[in-house]
Structures are given as C-alpha cells and as structure tokens.
Design a protein around this ligand. Structure first.
Ligand code: KIV
Length: 282
C-alpha cells in the first residue's frame, strides 16, 4: 500500500502528502462486504452518491438524500479499517451556504464515523470549503464533470475542452486554496489534467481524467462489471461479475425446476449431526 506502509488508518493529511508520489488508489463502496473487499487494497474509500444510480436504480444522483448517504456510510464504516473513509454530500445538502453545509457535514461525520466529506463545485463552493476546513471538517472537492449539475451541462459530457479549460483550472485552484485535501477531476482531457495537476498543491484524483492525475477513482460496480445500465468509456472492466452472476442464477433456476437442488448435502435428516448446531451465517 502506498500512502502509509503499515500505518493503521490513513488520514486526510497523509493523502495530501502523497501529491506527486505513488498514485493514490481510490474506489467506491456502499455496503459492508464491498467495503471489506476494497479496504484491503485502497488508500481511500468513497461512499459516493452514485449509490443512487448503482444500488437504488435512480436515473441520476439528484434523488439521493442525506439519510441514504448516512445509512450507506454506517454500513461502509463497519467494513473499513485502514483506508480513509470519505462520504459524499448529496445534492441539496450544502449548496445553500456554508452553515447548511457545516450542519449536514457534521451530521454525516458524527453519525457514520467517516473522516471527511466530498462535495461538488469549484469557485462557487470555495467559501464553503474554507468554512468547513477551518472548522475541523476535511473536504475532498470535485470539479470538471460534476454529476449533480447534469441538468446544467445537458448530459454527462467531457468538460474543459478549448476555452472552457480555464474554468476548470480556476475551479481546481479555488478549492485547493480554500483548504481541500484533494480534488476529484472528472471527465476532462489529458492535457488539462496534466496542467491542473501541475498547478495545484493538492492531489488530483482522476476519473476519466488520464494517468496524469495523482490518483485514480472508479465506481467499484463499474470496474467489476456489476453495473451494466451505463458503460462510460473511461471505465476499464477488470471482470464481468454480472455475467458470472447471470450464469449462476440461471443454473440455480434450472436445478430448482429439475429438483436437482437442494441435493443430499443441503438436506437435514431426522437424526441430528454434530455439525448441525446452527452456525451463524457469515
Ligand atoms: O459518486 C461517486 O461515486 C463519485 C465518484 C465516482 C468520484 O463521485
């Protein structure tokens, strides 16, 4: 593991110090079992508001609520021991102003035990980032394509092409200057990712933003081939778990219909066996 060798828990200052060093490895998790799997390999685990689309079938992240984030945050907390745990602030929970953002970020932290929050937005959100970071709340910022603003962008398009690059540069600089410990850079061209990464003092965490960034993040269900409604071109599928699951479920259905499952080893006999003591399910 790159950030901290044998260190027990990775902190926001450790992530910040990783600027320009071994790339930071980040993934999302929404449940305890997935958190346990990713914690073993990641520096940072994000409970992203992508949970709305990936687990709840919502058409965008706009319908995700604070209560949903807190519920998934608590589940993930139970599975993360070593990685830095960050929880997304959902749409509508921080944009009104710094006080609203503080109230909701404090609730997320107190109820889940996470170490930091993430919020979307650049220059406009910089005063909020400063308000939170000067009051004990570490902030991971998010600029470029910010999915909560999908209606303003008119879709999930690449951001920062041509003259629009300056907007992304100003956004990244503004949140870095306001005290964010790292910033997600989503769906921007490689030359812009290189430039922003060189210009700011905090790590850039890319998603669709080239290897020029100081780290990478993906939605875990995307890279495992478990979320198939959407296939962003920047995602590499490291396996195809949905296909494997389909084969397994089809086999189960056939075996049930043919009475081949349950087989003899899954059936209880009249006489108790000594192993049949009701082991808790793992
Ligand atoms: O919601 C999310 O999962 C995210 C990451 C993909 C950066 O914001």
């Amino acid at each position: 593991m790159s950030v901290a060798g044998e260190t027990k828990t990775i902190t926001p200052p450790m992530v910040r110090l990783q600027k320009g060093r071994t790339p930071l490895v980040c993934l999302t998790a929404y449940t305890t079992p997935m958190a346990k799997l990713v914690d073993r390999h990641c520096d940072l685990v994000l409970v992203g508001d992508s949970v709305g689309m990936v687990l709840h079938g919502l058409p965008s992240t706009l319908g995700v609520t604070l209560d949903m984030m807190i519920m998934h945050g608590k589940a993930v907390r139970r599975g993360v021991e070593r990685a830095l745990l960050v929880i997304d602030m959902p749409f509508g929970s921080y944009e009104e102003g710094p006080e609203q953002a503080f109230r909701h970020a404090a609730r997320i932290m107190a109820e889940t035990g996470c170490a930091a929050v993430k919020l979307e937005g650049g220059e406009t959100m910089a005063p909020t980032v400063r308000f939170l970071t000067t009051r004990g709340i570490p902030v991971m910022a998010h600029v470029g394509l910010t999915p909560q603003a999908v209606n303003m962008f008119g879709g999930y398009r690449v951001q920062g092409r041509g003259e629009d690059a300056d907007r992304i540069r100003s956004d990244a600089t503004a949140v870095a200057d306001a005290g964010a410990f790292c910033v997600v850079l989503e769906k921007v061209p490689e030359h812009l990712a290189q430039r922003v990464t060189a210009e700011i003092t905090i790590p850039t965490i890319g998603i669709g933003a080239s290897p020029a960034c100081d780290g990478q993040i993906l939605v875990t269900e995307d890279m495992l081939g478990l979320f198939t409604s959407f296939r962003p071109s920047f995602v590499k599928r490291y396996t195809e778990l949905a296909q494997d699951a389909d084969v397994a479920i089809a086999t189960y259905a056939t075996e049930v219909r043919q009475r081949r499952f349950p087989a003899v080893e899954h059936v209880f006999s009249e006489a108790p066996k000594d192993v049949d003591v009701g082991q808790p399910r793992r």
